[in-house]
Design a protein around this ligand. Structure first.
Ligand code: GN1
Ligand code: MG
Length: 358
């Protein structure tokens, strides 16, 4: 992540509709794509300032329109609103022309909120399910045609398989040798997943990155407040939001955990999460319910194969803290994929028992 001085960040903030004073900033380093800062006035955290990675999100205007439109629906007694702070131009973001163009946005910060990278707490798992369901229910009122695909074919397995194939052709032999176990696993799972089809599923406006740390919770009560990081909000299937949540909630280890015996498929957390999904009443069609166990296999696998592809390509997409981090992510995500496959029938039973009453 590029480092910015307080002065630089203050100069940027002047372009937004905020009171003019000297703010201080803390970088938030959990994301792999954008650069994010918490903005303080004295000791009060007030805003989130973010540089949008326009190499990944090439249609910044389309992305910001998606976010702006979705925010119109995303508030409720059970869903805390976040608002965009407008740029002084009246737009929802600011583009800085300083040699290279960079794109910035400011959002309100919810005081007293926190996020978890992992959890062992069933209440957190339940609350996560409840807020993800709420998010999808609120967006049922939105018109899917109004939203652009911020990353076309983002969760498309065929695209990810093609990118993986291309990386295999150009990767150095040494990397291919180090990653040979992962490559073999990827090919096996690709074969298994080819039996699965997405046709005839309802298209929704989905979040598409519902990992646990994209949910804000109240620090005091652990109640889920809302979802953050709406960059990948676009058309999709509910199984995507289901699978991304499962891979980060049911597994109590981080997504790049090297000691695989620590990677769990925790049934209590899974059941609490599914209970949470049902807590706002039914909202999924039987066809969607049928696909959910596939989602719990597909999503960790997709992220794993993308990390593997990036490892083979020399870490050009994700930020990495060390050379082999993408490979560690892949191996860990593949381990969880196998654990989800082992629990496929169990997931089917639990899901139908808890959500089948539609
Ligand atoms: C990336 O930067 P972050 O953490 O929001 C990725 C997601 C992955 C995530 C973690 C646009 O998101 O798909 O879930 O890393 N986002 C993009 O694996 O590629
Ligand atoms: Mg994201």
């Amino acid at each position: 992540m590029k480092t910015y001085s307080n002065n630089e960040l203050n100069r940027l903030l002047v372009n937004f509709d905020v009171a003019e004073k000297k703010y201080s900033f803390t970088p938030l380093t959990d994301g792999f794509i954008n650069d994010t800062f918490l903005v303080f006035d004295d000791n009060d955290p007030l805003f989130i300032l973010q540089r949008i990675n326009h190499k990944v999100f090439t249609d910044v205007e389309g992305l910001m329109n998606n976010v702006r439109r979705a925010f119109e629906y995303l508030h409720d007694t059970e869903y805390r609103a976040i608002t965009l702070v407008k740029a002084r131009t009246g737009e929802s973001y600011y583009s800085q022309q300083n040699g290279e163009s960079t794109f910035w946005r400011v959002m309100t910060y919810i005081d007293g909120s926190t996020a978890y990278n992992t959890t062992e707490n069933q209440k957190v798992a339940f609350e996560a399910g409840k807020i993800i369901a709420k998010f999808n229910i609120l967006l049922q009122a939105a018109n899917t045609e109004d939203y652009v695909d911020t990353i076309p074919r983002f969760h498309d397995l065929e695209l990810r398989a093609n990118q993986f194939e291309a990386a295999l052709q150009t990767a150095p032999d040494e990397k291919l040798d180090i990653a040979k176990g992962a490559v073999k696993f990827a090919n096996e799972v690709l074969k298994k997943l080819s039996a699965f089809t997405l046709s005839n599923l309802p298209v929704r406006v989905c979040h598409n990155d519902t990992k646990l740390n994209n949910i804000l919770f109240s620090k005091d009560t652990k109640k889920a407040l809302c979802l953050i990081d709406l960059d990948t909000l676009m058309r999709g299937y509910f199984l995507y939001d289901f699978g991304d949540a499962v891979r980060t909630i049911v597994n109590t280890a981080p997504e790049d955990e090297k000691e695989h015996e620590k990677i769990t498929f925790d049934k209590n957390l899974f059941e609490a999460f599914v209970d949470g999904l049902g807590a706002n009443g039914p909202f999924l069609s039987p066809k969607e319910i049928d696909t959910l166990p596939w989602g719990a296999v597909l999503m960790p696998f997709l992220h794993g194969i993308r990390a593997l592809t990036d490892y083979l390509n020399g870490n050009i997409y994700y930020k990495v803290a060390y050379e082999n981090q993408n490979l560690d992510r892949c191996l860990s995500l593949f381990d969880f994929t196998q654990k989800a496959l082992n629990n496929f029938n169990y997931m089917e039973e639990v899901i139908w028992e808890k959500l089948g009453d539609v």
